[in-house]
Design a protein around this ligand. Structure first.
Ligand SMILES: [Cu+2]
Ligand SMILES: [Zn+2]
Length: 199
């Protein structure tokens, strides 16, 4: 794949096509030129803190997120079942906004972190910015545009991906991840939400 991109870049430069060369260079850097899905990600207060693209042109979906204005550290990142980002929709159990987005997108009754919409954590740097790209073969772009749509959520805390080794024992004696962990990886409240849209 990389060799093909290098070749495309060389051909474009050889032809003197500045725009084509720039596009090829951007593609090599991981930026989607013609994404099949995009999202603008906002906090419950309405501040825009990120953007997301999904590009599946060359095989498995490449998810790219660029974020700013967020607390430093790791943040859980997932596609959620429903494309509704209602800040006034509160989780009755935790009080988190964006309850309207529903649980993690999943097409097969999986537990976390095997959900269709589970993604690696987003690392936010000390300046509040973060960029991440993940390639996932767990979903097709069409599935993001099902009847109720799909959203992307950035969480308050790190996602432990249900990685609770058996040496950790709950007060009730249960080893490993409990039901809560197997739901969402203990990634906490929903800090920001974006609705997947066709460009
Ligand atoms: Cu989530
Ligand atoms: Zn999940």
């Amino acid at each position: 794949m990389f060799r093909i991109r290098q070749l495309a870049l060389a051909v474009a430069v050889g032809a003197g096509g500045t725009a084509i060369a720039a596009a090829a260079a951007a593609s090599a850097a991981g930026d989607a030129q013609d994404p099949q899905a995009t999202a603008v990600i906002k906090t419950a207060e309405g501040a825009t803190v990120g953007s997301l693209t999904v590009d599946a042109e060359n095989g498995p979906a490449r998810v790219t997120i660029k974020a700013q204005g967020l607390p430093p550290g790791y943040h859980g990142l997932h596609f959620h079942q429903t494309g509704v980002c209602d800040a006034n929709s509160k989780d009755p159990a935790t009080g988190s906004p964006f309850f309207s987005a529903g649980p993690h997108l999943d097409t097969g009754g999986h537990e976390h972190a095997h959900h269709t919409g589970d993604l690696p954590d987003l690392l936010i740097n000390t300046d509040g910015t973060g960029t991440a790209t993940a390639v996932s073969d767990r979903f097709q772009v069409d599935q993001l545009f099902d009847a109720d749509g799909t959203s992307v959520i950035i969480h308050a805390n790190a996602d432990n991906q249900s990685n609770i080794p058996d040496r950790y024992t709950a007060p009730d004696g249960q080893k490993g991840p409990d039901a809560d962990t197997l739901k969402a990886g203990d990634s906490g409240g929903r800090t920001a939400c974006g609705i997947l849209q066709k460009p």
